[in-house]
Design a protein around this ligand. Structure first.
Ligand code: NAD
Ligand code: UDP
Ligand code: UDP
Length: 343
């Protein structure tokens, strides 16, 4: 691994120089697949700030150049338009594998493509990790628990997933990606990490991606009614993106494979979420009930004891603190001020 680092990335810091805090490590070469997306772009910002060289691999299905454009011109940054379903040759130390549409609207748009991305895409990135001896981190999802029969969900829970439903391309796809990851670890000695991410929100989310936080915020800003699906009593736990990025990096750098739940245990019904959005944006905002989608999980809340104990991680930003930061970004994008804001 050292040879690779020296060959391609001479240290930007001269030996013996006094390092600022947070830079006291050798810069690494890191790939972030899906790095032009919502979570990926925030992760890229953190890795760049740490002094690493970052290669973003993205096919721009849901990602946008605007999310990473502020790094253009930096010699430590590269952006490759590439679909992970096709093989890829690179030399790096770490692979953060995020490429996959995350919102139901997007992953149901072309379900076969979604499952190919999860299965063939993950296989390719694991093949890459195996060939170059890189450490591989998979961003799996709380959806592997399906419509859970245990509450809150612990990592030991095997889940309650419909294998033939409209969400299966995503949740069964991610379950297979976890299987592949563990089989490359056991069979080929690849160093792997698995994160199970719970609902995450923040600046740079796609405005019209259909997820509940982005929908409610965009609707309230546009003075449209907030669309509550079903009776609005189903629950989710909402994590601010900077907390997630912190958890992903701790997991990659730490010694434990996981899987680890990464989410905020604060649990809200959709009606309660609508109330928080009203408080932040418009106390007069209205609610409109719509029919719910198929296979919608009734409850979801992470048990994060394992991440707390083994990664020393827990979320710091509450919904009431995080939401205004996202609203500021959405307001700018919806009403024309195109300035990008970071978390
Ligand atoms: P996103 O849609 O903003 O980002 C996904 C990125 O992957 C996009 O930039 C997209 O263009 C890219 N991509 C999709 N298919 C690709 C392909 N075949 N080849 C190359 N690039 C491809 O979503 P996000 O919210 O940033 O999610 C990132 C990861 O985290 C995903 O793997 C998702 O499953 C996981 N996750 C997210 C959440 C959440 O709440 N945001 C929850 C659980 C899991
Ligand atoms: N792969 C890749 N980049 C690499 C090495 C492998 O994209 O640097 C792909 C390769 O094309 C294959 C997959 O990863 O489809 C799995 O590779 P592996 O070597 O594990 O399996 P094999 O090629 O022997 O089937
Ligand atoms: N939801 C809603 N209104 C919307 C979008 C979603 O009430 O405009 C509900 C949806 O039915 C689900 C919850 O919000 O119960 C979370 O949905 P999302 O798509 O954000 O995430 P996921 O279902 O993947 O957790």
């Amino acid at each position: 691994r050292m040879a690779i680092v020296r060959k391609h990335q001479p240290s930007v810091i001269s030996p013996g120089a006094k390092l600022p805090l947070g830079l006291q490590r050798k810069p690494l070469r890191v790939v972030v697949t899906g790095g032009a997306g919502f979570v990926g772009s925030h992760l890229v910002d953190k890795l760049m700030a740490r002094g690493d060289s970052v290669i973003v691999v993205d096919n721009f299905f849901t990602g946008r150049k605007e999310n990473v454009m502020h790094h253009f011109g930096n010699p430590r940054f590269e952006l490759i338009r590439h679909d992970v379903v096709e093989p890829l040759l690179l030399e790096v130390d770490q692979i953060y594998h995020l490429a996959c549409p995350a919102s139901p609207v997007h992953y149901k748009f072309n379900p076969v493509k979604t499952i190919k991305t999860n299965v063939v895409g993950t296989l390719n990135m694991l093949g890459l990790a195996k060939r170059i001896g890189a450490r591989f981190l998979l961003t799996s999802t709380s959806e592997v628990y399906g419509d859970p029969l245990q509450h809150p969900q612990k990592e030991e829970y095997w889940g309650n997933v419909n294998p033939i439903g409209v969400r299966s391309c995503y949740d069964e796809g991610k379950r297979t990606a976890e299987t592949l990851t563990m089989d490359y670890h056991r069979g080929a000695d690849v160093q792997v990490r698995i994160a199970r991410i719970f609902n995450t929100y923040g600046p740079r989310m796609c405005i019209d991606d259909g997820r509940v936080v982005s929908n409610f915020v965009a609707q309230a800003l546009r003075k449209e009614p907030m669309t509550v699906y079903g009776d609005g009593k189903q629950t989710r736990s909402f994590q601010y993106v900077s907390d997630l990025v912190d958890g992903l990096m701790r997991l990659m750098e730490g010694e434990h494979i996981g899987p680890f739940n990464l989410g905020n245990p604060g649990e809200f019904t959709m009606l309660e979420l609508a109330e928080v959005v009203k408080e932040v944006i418009d106390p007069l905002a209205k609610i409109e009930f719509r029919e719910n989608t198929a296979d919608d999980p009734h409850k979801r809340k992470p048990d994060i004891s394992k991440a707390k104990e083994l990664l020393g991680w827990e979320p710091k930003v509450s919904l009431k603190e995080g939401l205004p930061r996202m609203v500021e970004d959405f307001r700018g994008r919806i009403f024309g001020d195109r300035k990008e804001k970071s978390a």
